[in-house]
Design a protein around this ligand. Structure first.
Ligand code: NAD
Length: 552
């Protein structure tokens, strides 16, 4: 299908297979001498290549029968079938609200009627969620129709329409090591793979191959949306290198189910994304992914409270206000909440939620001394009655001018799985797109892809996984700008700079564009030329000062 957005530039070439762009990447290096900085700008010429053919994508979810697993599968089915359903507030129609790629827009530039926006999904050729084929594993044997009912997320009338389709889907048996998730999960564990750890990993690999063959998909991405596990002990000789990790799987050492899935996926050449907070990516798992050149991404979907935190703290600190205390309470009543009511699993979540403001704090040495941080406390309680409608209550206290205090208190009802599902879609679609992007620099003629640790996914994750030594960015708008600007680079477009200089000048420099064409206007007794966006002061017939716009 031809692209909806086509670039008219000598720097961009459309071949049968690729969109190829020439792009100048500008950055700067900084030297510090006491209080003074020397900044040296530099520029590197890149060539980006994006494969135009969009493959048929298969997604295998670990925890397919859970709230997120059933909700994302149901949402895609409902969209694909164009379903509508009645609720007490009227008719509803399936949509992808909450998806960055499907439901948010980017500005392409100016047209005759002002700024032109397009959905993210139209920037580059990418998989449409309706075309994703789902499969997956769960330790619970319920088919997806019954599992959707258990989840209590979707309106009943929608469930009735979806049930005939959903009940045909059955999760594959999975790996269950009771020690890694809460003891309260035991009663649903009736769909299990037996054997040793090595045999279990082999079975997962066979499942991936079986799905690929039977469904006819071109690519498979595996995503963990199963229960939060306890942290895995990182032990030298056990899981610190790829070799030791593979060996521990053979000998039955300390390896979590989520890491076993990661290993199986990487060995099958499938990207693996971790939507939960635990340390699935022990050093050996990262090492294996890097060795095999397979993408891994995570950790922990950024859906509700943390997303808001990464916006709010970004806003406060970048406005020069100093948050000094951040207190976050949650209560939720779904199975995730039940699992998190166990101390070790809660600890994983607490760690994942705790570092989210660090980069923003460190970015402002005017407000914070080295090592200084706001007080930050996270509490999670299990309250069955609220089900999937998690309540998140936050209090942000900040120091303002002259010893003043500003307190913001927020109450956020999250509908957890409906917020997480579009994020799952964005994660897999973005990962797939990144698999089709390669680039080279002026000094290195060989095309390469992104690093195996796919930090571009940071926007979607609470505790972003980045290549060793790379800075972790949690700030919401920086993360979003990164995705947008990388996609723009693939189209040879400059980064979005929001300067809008053309609207801030007395005489425009953009004469070629119709939008910025100069129009003759008779004023103050003589003929002037101004563009559509300009206004001029003139004296009317009564001698009053008046603002005139060209076209009006
Ligand atoms: P859920 O408990 O409803 O679903 C998890 C599913 O995983 C269950 O069906 C369970 O049987 C299954 N499971 C457990 N261990 C398994 C294993 N080893 N193999 C296969 N299946 C297994 O939870 P959920 O609400 O769908 O959330 C899933 C995960 O996503 C949780 O870890 C949660 O912390 C994380 N998360 C959720 C959100 C959100 O907004 N919903 C946000 C961030 C992170």
């Amino acid at each position: 299908m031809p692209e909806k957005v086509r670039i008219n530039s000598a720097d961009v070439k459309y071949t049968e297979k690729h969109i190829e762009s020439r792009y100048c990447y500008r950055t700067a290096s900084v030297r510090r001498d006491g209080d003074a900085f020397t900044v040296t700008p530099s520029s590197t010429e890149f060539t980006f290549r994006t494969e135009r053919k969009v493959p048929r994508l298969g997604v295998m979810l670990v925890g397919w029968g859970g709230n997120n697993g059933t909700t994302v599968t149901a949402a895609v089915l409902a969209n694909k079938l164009g379903l509508t359903w009645r609720t007490k507030t009227g008719m509803k129609k399936a949509n992808y609200y909450g998806s960055l790629l499907e439901s948010s827009t980017v500005c392409l530039g100016s047209g005759p009627d002002g700024e032109v926006y397009t959905p993210f999904r139209d920037l580059l050729p990418m998989v449409h969620p309706n075309d994703i084929v789902f499969d997956g594993w769960d330790i619970s044997s319920l088919d997806l129709g019954r599992a959707m009912e258990r989840a209590q997320v979707l309106d009943w009338s929608l469930q009735e329409k979806l049930r005939p389709h959903m009940s045909q889907l059955k999760p594959r048996p999975s790996i269950y090591i009771p020690d890694f998730i809460a003891a309260n999960q035991k009663q649903r564990a009736d769909n299990l793979i037996g054997g040793s750890k090595a045999e279990q990993v082999d079975q997962i690999r066979r499942d991936i191959r079986d799905f690929r063959k039977k469904s006819g998909v071109d690519k498979v991405i595996v995503l963990w949306t199963a229960n939060t596990e306890r942290f895995c002990d990182v032990l030298p000789g056990v899981n610190d290198t790829a070799e030791n990790l593979l060996n521990s799987i053979q000998t039955g050492g300390e390896v979590s189910p989520s890491t076993m899935f990661a290993v199986a996926s990487v060995l099958e050449g499938c990207a693996y994304i971790n939507g939960s907070p635990q340390n699935t990516f022990v050093p050996g798992a990262v090492d294996l992914a890097v060795q095999r050149g397979v993408f891994i991404g995570g950790d922990d979907f950024k859906s509700g409270q943390t997303k808001l935190k990464s916006v709010l703290v970004d806003f406060l600190i970048s406005a020069g206000i100093k948050p000094t205390s951040i207190v976050s309470y949650n209560h939720l009543g779904n199975n995730d909440g039940l699992n998190l009511s166990a101390p070790q699993q809660f600890r994983s979540k607490e760690i994942s939620k705790s570092n989210v403001v660090d980069d923003m704090v460190q970015s402002n040495p005017v407000l914070y001394r080295p090592g200084e941080k706001p007080d930050h406390c996270v509490v999670i309680k299990y309250v069955p009655y609220v089900g999937d409608c998690k309540r998140a209550m936050d209090e942000y206290t900040s120091e303002i001018m002259m010893g003043g205090t500003n307190t913001v208190a927020l109450h956020n009802t999250c509908e957890d799985s409906l917020l997480a599902s579009p994020i799952i879609l964005d994660l897999v679609i973005l990962t797939e797109l990144c698999q089709r992007i390669t680039f080279r620099t002026q000094d290195d003629p060989v095309f390469q892809g992104f690093h195996s640790v796919l930090s571009l996914l940071s926007f979607l994750c609470k505790a972003p996984l980045v290549p060793q030594g790379a800075p972790v960015v949690n700030a919401f708008f920086r993360q979003r700008a990164c995705i947008e600007n990388v996609m723009r680079a693939c189209l040879g477009l400059p980064p979005q700079n929001h300067m809008q200089l053309e609207h801030k000048m007395k005489r425009s420099f953009m004469h070629s564009d119709e939008n910025h064409m100069l129009h003759p206007i008779f004023m103050n007794g003589k003929m002037e030329h101004i563009n559509k966006y300009q206004s001029v002061k003139c004296i009317d017939m009564n001698g009053h000062e008046k603002i005139r716009h060209t076209v009006s």
